[in-house]
Ligand binder design. Structure first.
Ligand code: SAH
Ligand code: SF4
Length: 426
């Protein structure tokens, strides 16, 4: 979501005549797009932006800005304003389109500008975007979230669900296809509730069907799906729409019903497993990935054992694993029985270890198979090796010429590793 926002910010800046540099010393403007979902990245912002104080002293005309969801937190903003006195600009997730005007204001007055809006209002359409490549693109289909999982800050900083209209989404995707984009990833905090806030009765499964019709688009991905809202209709569509990739990211968060209840996830372990079963029946060979958290308040050894057993039972292809971190203003922060840091660490190591073994095993099962790969670039360590993604969202490395970047090719898998596959062009 933040990466997609960054593309809009870059698009707006390009329209304003800015060009881009990798070196802070050369920059007239340095913008940090922050995320407040977990604590660690927030700490890094204070460290990294803090270090720019010296550069700012040497180059007084330099504008430093912080945007994203971190300044969107009511309690964090005053701390940022005080601890980062050399930052000229603060804006949030709801007023990205106002960036040119905010910059003009700083240039005109030389004063610090802080503009944070509480409410997103209607989605703003027609903003430019500057993407890193021209063959795949993120497309936001909805903003915000209504779920209020008890650990999560997102609904507070990104506001309630606001779906873009199917017309606006399809227009954007048709334009992308005309520009040569082959793969789109539809973005929302919970795409399964797409359209519930619109007048039309288009739901997410219908939207997928419409996107599937767009000529030129060859792969459709989406993230994220909340298990409680995944419908049988959607599961059927996953199996029948040819461009929809065989991959489902379905965050489970925990394997214990006690924990799931206190997380306010609104499903049980049994329900989750039932969905997995249905999805695997509808789409044989689908890869399943997930988000899992350890150390949620009150998580006992037995609860954690339930997470491990669920991970084993499902056999995820891969998982994003997180240590629970307290977020101010969320209900879980107030819960008793916060889990000690060393216990959280011990648990995450165990979880990662188990998931790595499963990932490797699932990758090994692919050795000898032939897969379609969208070539994304050259390997950083060896320019003769290309890297790309299968429809099942697995990374494949294989020897080939850089002319193939952006193309769909057929590759035979010859070796499996935990995080990637090695192949040969067919
Ligand atoms: N909307 C998505 C997730 C968005 S946040 C969904 O519901 O699945 C991405 C992931 O960050 C979450 O799935 C969760 O695993 C993790 N996360 C969110 N809040 C967190 C917190 N307070 N501490 C640790 N991890 C958190
Ligand atoms: Fe956060 Fe839950 Fe919404 Fe995902 S569904 S963004 S975890 S509140």
């Amino acid at each position: 979501m933040n990466e997609r926002d960054t593309e809009t910010i870059r698009g707006l800046l390009r329209q304003e005549g800015y060009s881009f540099t990798d070196s802070p010393e050369d920059a007239d403007l340095i913008l940090y797009n922050t995320c407040c979902v977990r604590e660690n990245p927030e700490r890094k912002v204070y460290g990294q932006v803090g270090q720019l104080q010296e550069l700012k002293a040497k180059k007084p005309g330099l504008i430093i800005g912080i945007c994203g969801c971190m300044p969107q937190q009511e309690e964090e903003l005053p701390v940022m304003l005080e601890r980062l006195p050399h930052v000229d600009l603060f804006f949030g997730t709801h007023n990205i389109h106002r960036l040119p005007e905010l910059l003009h204001r700083i240039n005109a007055t030389g004063e610090r500008v802080v503009e944070i809006l509480d409410d997103g209002g209607e989605p703003v359409e027609g903003l430019p975007a500057l993407r890193d490549n021209d063959f795949k693109a993120f497309v936001t289909i909805m903003h915000g979230c209504n779920n209020f999982c008890s650990y999560c800050i997102v609904p507070y900083v990104r506001g309630r669900e606001r779906s873009r209209t199917p017309e606006a989404i399809l227009d954007e995707i048709r334009n992308l296809a005309d520009a040569g984009v082959k793969e789109v990833t539809l973005l929302g905090q919970n795409v399964n509730s797409y359209g519930k806030d619109l007048q039309s009765d288009t739901d997410f499964a219908d939207l997928l069907e419409m996107v599937n019709e767009v000529p030129g688009i060859q792969r459709i991905r989406f993230t994220t799906s909340h298990p409680k809202d995944i419908s049988d209709k959607l599961i059927q569509q996953l199996g029948s729409l040819d461009k929809v990739c065989e991959h489902l990211h379905l965050p489970v968060q925990a394997g214990s019903n006690n924990v799931l209840r206190r997380m306010n996830r609104k499903y049980t372990r049994e329900y989750y497993l039932e969905i997995v079963e249905k999805v695997r029946q509808a789409v044989p060979g689908i890869s399943l990935t997930t988000d899992i958290m350890v150390g949620f308040p009150g998580e006992s050894d037995a609860d954690f054992a339930d997470t491990l057993s669920l991970v084993e039972e499902v056999g995820f292809d891969s998982a994003f694993t997180f240590i629970y971190s307290l977020r101010k203003g969320t209900p879980a922060t107030e819960m008793a029985d916060q889990v000690p840091e060393e216990v959280k660490k011990e648990r995450i190591y165990q979880l990662i270890d188990l998931q790595n073994k499963i990932s490797l095993k699932r990758n090994q099962a692919l050795v000898g198979s032939e897969v379609e790969v969208l070539v994304e670039g050259a390997s950083k360590s060896d320019s003769h090796m290309l890297t790309g993604k299968t429809r099942t969202a697995k990374t494949v490395l294989f020897p080939g010429s850089q002319d193939l970047i952006g193309e769909l090719v057929k590759v035979k898998i010859v070796e499996a590793q935990t995080w990637s596959l090695v192949g040969e062009l067919i």
